[in-house]
Write a protein that binds this ligand. Structure first.
Ligand code: CA2
Length: 149
């Protein structure tokens, strides 16, 4: 059975598409999920969102226990605050893509210091909701490369 790609989304992203379209676009999270599934083709996708830090930590643990799985994570505000998520991701032995819809580096200083970047294999930021499709395609490559090794 093919291992899934986990797409984990942090706080407030359940409300995507409802405000600040100039920064985040008007695509909803339900539409983002569909975009991820299309980009993944036959590869299963575990698409999740939570406003609770511990739940995201638990999902990273779940992914650790699925050999061959990859993680795409938009930790939202937890990007800059969560040592718990950082510690969980440190235990993940396969590719991690950190994703942001907006280009966090063009924004206010509070959005500049990502803890998650310290353990991410790659970072995608600023492509809008389409970044999820780009992240999924890149993840399929990374996971295939990791399998060959
Ligand atoms: O650009 C991103 O994807 C972010 O991870 C989004 C986070 C922000 O804290 C990060 O710095 C960058 C904020 C998510 C806010 O959720 C929204 C809810 C409704 C409409 C738009 C955004």
């Amino acid at each position: 059975m093919t291992a899934p790609i986990y797409v984990l989304n942090g706080p407030n992203l359940n409300r995507l598409g409802t405000r600040e379209p100039e920064i985040y676009g008007s695509t909803t999270l339900v539409e983002v999920e569909a975009l991820c599934r299309t980009a993944a083709g036959d590869v299963p996708v575990e698409f999740r969102q939570s406003n609770r830090e511990y739940e995201i930590v638990d999902w990273v643990h779940e992914a650790i226990d699925r050999p061959g799985a990859g993680i795409i994570i938009n930790p939202a505000a937890f990007t800059f605050t969560s040592i718990a998520i950082l510690d969980a991701l440190k235990m993940f032995p396969r590719p991690i893509i950190e994703l942001h819809i907006s280009n966090i580096h063009r924004r206010e200083d509070i959005y500049h210091n990502s803890l998650v970047s310290k353990v991410a294999t790659a970072v995608i930021a600023g492509l809008g909701p389409k970044g999820y499709g780009a992240a999924m395609r890149a993840m399929l490559d990374l996971v295939a490369d990791a399998k060959r090794r």
